[in-house]
Design a protein around this ligand. Structure first.
Ligand code: BDR
Ligand code: CA
Length: 324
C-alpha cells in the first residue's frame, strides 16, 4: 500500500481531499501535516481534526508553518476571516473558519509538521509520496532543513499552479502564489513533481445536482461534502465568479490522480519554474513548452481532467463513510 503524507490548509476543498484519501482505503496515511493558507494555521489544524473525527480516523495531525518561508504574510492574511468576503454586509465564506461539524475532541501532535516530515522521511524503509494541497511552505522548509529527504520521496503531487490562467492574479494560482519560494525549492529538488493545476481542476466542476446525490448517499461524509460544495457555490455566485450552479473542487483531484492517473487527461512532462521576482507575474508557474518530453525533466503539468471519472471516484468514496 502506498505510503502517503498529506499536507493541507483545510479549507473546504482540502476537507474533501482528506475524506477521499481516507475513505479510498488505498493509502497508508502516515500523517496529515497542516500549513497556513485558507485560514491561519491553528484554524486549519482544527478543521483538519474535525474532518478526521467525522471519519472516525486516528491519523495523527501535525501543525506546521504559520507564514510563508521567506515572505511575511500578505496584509489580508492577518485578518482571521480572510477568506470570508463581505459584500453588502453579508459574509460569504468559501473556507469556513470552523467547519460545520462538532468541535474537535482530539489534539494536534506535539511535534512540528516540518520535523515530522524530516524525521519520518529519513527513517522510511520505502519511498513515501507527498501530496500538498496548500501553500507548500512545510515541504519547502523540510527540503531546506534536510535535503537528503529527497532520497525517500517517491514523488510529490501538488494541487498548485496554472498555465495561462490564475485565481489570485491573472497568471498565478493561490497555493503557489502564497509561497513561491517554497514551491520553487521543491520543483528544483530533482524529485518527481506533478502539478495538478487549475487547468485540470477547473475542467471538472461539480453541479448542485451532484451535491444532492452526495447528500442522498446517507453518509456523514456525503452530507458534509454536499454542504461544502453548496457553501462554495453560493459564495462564488455572490462574488460573481459563477452563476452558482457549477463549482470547481480543486484539492481532491490530486488524490484522485494517485488513485487513478486516468483522471488526468492531459499530462505533459515539462520543465517548470516559479516566478519569485515580486513583479506582476509573482508566483506564476512557468512551463517550458519548447522541449516537451525531455527525459532529463522530472516535472509534470496537468492540463485537463475527466469530469465523470473524477466525480464518480468522489461519490464512491463518500459512500463508504460512516452513516449520517
Ligand atoms: C487552492 O487554493 C486554496 O484556496 C484551495 O484550498 C486550493 O488548495 C486553489 O487555488
Ligand atoms: Ca487547499
Amino acid at each position: 500500500m502506498r505510503k502517503l503524507i498529506l499536507d493541507v490548509d483545510t479549507g473546504s476543498d482540502d476537507a474533501i481531499a482528506i475524506m477521499l484519501a481516507v475513505l479510498s482505503g488505498a493509502f497508508d496515511l502516515l500523517g496529515v501535516t497542516v500549513c497556513w493558507g485558507n485560514r491561519p494555521v491553528e484554524a486549519c489544524a482544527q478543521n483538519t481534526l474535525q474532518v478526521l473525527e467525522l471519519l472516525g480516523s486516528d491519523v495523527p495531525v501535525y501543525q506546521g508553518c504559520p507564514e510563508p518561508m521567506v515572505r511575511h504574510l500578505l496584509p489580508a492574511r492577518h485578518i482571521p476571516n480572510d477568506v470570508s468576503i463581505i459584500e453588502d454586509g453579508v459574509e460569504y465564506t468559501i473556507h469556513p473558519a470552523a467547519m460545520p461539524l462538532p468541535p474537535a475532541r482530539g489534539h494536534v501532535q506535539g511535534k512540528h509538521a516540518v520535523s515530522f516530515l524530516v524525521e519520518t522521511l529519513m527513517a522510511a524503509q520505502e519511498p513515501v509520496t507527498l501530496v500538498a494541497v496548500g501553500p507548500p511552505t512545510n515541504l519547502g522548509l523540510a527540503f531546506r532543513m534536510e535535503p537528503r529527504i529527497r532520497d525517500h520521496v517517491a514523488e510529490v503531487v501538488f494541487m498548485g499552479g496554472a498555465v495561462d490562467m490564475g485565481n489570485v492574479t491573472p497568471v498565478a494560482e493561490a497555493n503557489f502564489f502564497h509561497d513561491p519560494e517554497a514551491a520553487k525549492i521543491v520543483l528544483d529538488s530533482g524529485v518527481k513533481v506533478t502539478c495538478i493545476t487549475l487547468n485540470a481542476t477547473m475542467a471538472s466542476p461539480f453541479t448542485l445536482a451532484e451535491a444532492g446525490e452526495l447528500e442522498a448517499l446517507g453518509t456523514a461524509s456525503g452530507a458534509f461534502a454536499a454542504d461544502l460544495i453548496r457553501i462554495r457555490a453560493e459564495a462564488s455566485r455572490h462574488l460573481g465568479w459563477s452563476d452558482g450552479t457549477l463549482e470547481p473542487v480543486h484539492d481532491p483531484l490530486a488524490i484522485a490522480y494517485l488513485l487513478n492517473p486516468a483522471v488526468i487527461t492531459d499530462l505533459r512532462r515539462q520543465r517548470c519554474n516559479i516566478d519569485i521576482s515580486g513583479g506582476f507575474a509573482d508566483g506564476m508557474l512557468i512551463v517550458e513548452h519548447r522541449n516537451e518530453n525531455d527525459r532529463s525533466v522530472n516535472t509534470y503539468v496537468s492540463y485537463g481532467s475527466d469530469c465523470a471519472l473524477y466525480h464518480r471516484m468522489v461519490k464512491e468514496a463518500m459512500a463508504k463513510g460512516p452513516k449520517a
